[in-house]
Design a binder for this molecule. Structure first.
Ligand code: SF4
Length: 287
């Protein structure tokens, strides 16, 4: 069985940056009796969060969970009001918001100030979108499906942005539905470069492989989008979070297996997956 690994797999740029910032804080320490926290899990990968815990990094879900120390704001960013609340409450805040998310926040703010109704294409329950909403006034709508785009009310001025990890193809379809929804439409394509390239390389691999394995947290939005894209091309697509889940996959008649990962999956988990696949009864090469 041939094992094919997507060119774009492993941590994305924003996650690598956030991990480095966190490791630096851990190495420096933050004083007697003080602790290092991340505000929410740093990334959507339980194994990495467990490793960080062993290094003394605690997860705080609310400001009141924090006693004293340094708090790291994760890649998803925060609404400005929430960031201010955090700065008032703790000794030090390290802002690891991904620069792509920062850009999206600033477009949302700009569109709001210029009188556009801000259309945010993404998941309203995702922390990134909750943060972005804080940069606009009440003049916004969040949608994530083509049907919701069809039902959108008319607004004289419509400004559109996307969740940085949104499905590129679906975003384009949603955009194609908007022409009669406003007199003026301004679009900022805020899907990050990493997402774009990762989705494209996953789709390419799904066309070649007999089976696709997507490795990543079940609560990871970008991983779930990869699963959605690959499944639409290769029905034998499996989403696993832990290596042992490979045992549940039926490899009958499989000549080639494609592997890709969400943006929060570290290289060591990919190596574990490859190792486990190599130990299945048949395989031939790793590319
Ligand atoms: S997926 Fe894109 S926006 Fe999100 S952290 Fe990674 S590089 Fe940044």
């Amino acid at each position: 069985m041939k094992i094919l690994i997507a060119e774009e797999a492993g941590f994305c740029f924003g996650v690598k940056r956030a991990m480095k910032m966190t490791e630096r804080v851990v190495a420096q320490g933050c004083g007697e009796g003080a602790k290092v926290y991340t505000f929410g899990p740093l990334i959507h990968n339980p194994q990495v969060i467990d490793r960080l815990k062993t290094k003394g990094v605690a997860v705080a879900d609310e400001v009141d969970d924090i006693e004293s120390g340094t708090v790291i704001v994760r890649t998803h960013g925060l609404a400005p009001q929430r960031m201010e609340e955090l700065r008032q409450h703790v000794d030090k805040v390290i802002d690891a918001t991904c620069p792509y998310v920062t850009k999206s926040q600033s477009y949302a703010s700009q569109l709001g100030k210029e009188g556009y109704h801000v259309l945010i294409v993404g998941d309203q329950n995702h922390p990134e979108i909750k943060g972005v909403i804080g940069f606009v006034n009440d003049n916004y709508t969040v949608i994530k499906t083509v049907e919701e785009a069809d039902e959108l009310k008319f607004h004289p001025k419509l400004g559109v942005i996307a969740q940085t990890t949104f499905n590129v193809g679906k975003f384009n379809t949603i955009l194609s539905k908007l022409s009669d929804k406003a007199n003026e439409i301004r679009i900022f394509n805020t899907i990050c470069d990493d997402t774009f390239v990762r989705q494209r390389s996953a789709a390419g691999l799904a066309r070649q492989a007999d089976i696709m394995i997507i490795v990543g947290g079940r609560n990871s939005a970008n991983t779930n989008k990869l699963v959605e894209i690959c499944k639409s091309i290769q029905p034998r697509t499996y989403h696993i979070e832990e290596v042992r889940e490979i045992e549940d996959i039926d490899f009958q008649d499989v000549q080639s297996v494609g592997i890709t990962t969400g943006a929060s999956t570290p290289d060591w988990i990919i190596a574990d997956v490859v190792e486990r696949l190599k130990n299945l009864p048949t395989h031939s090469a790793v590319t």
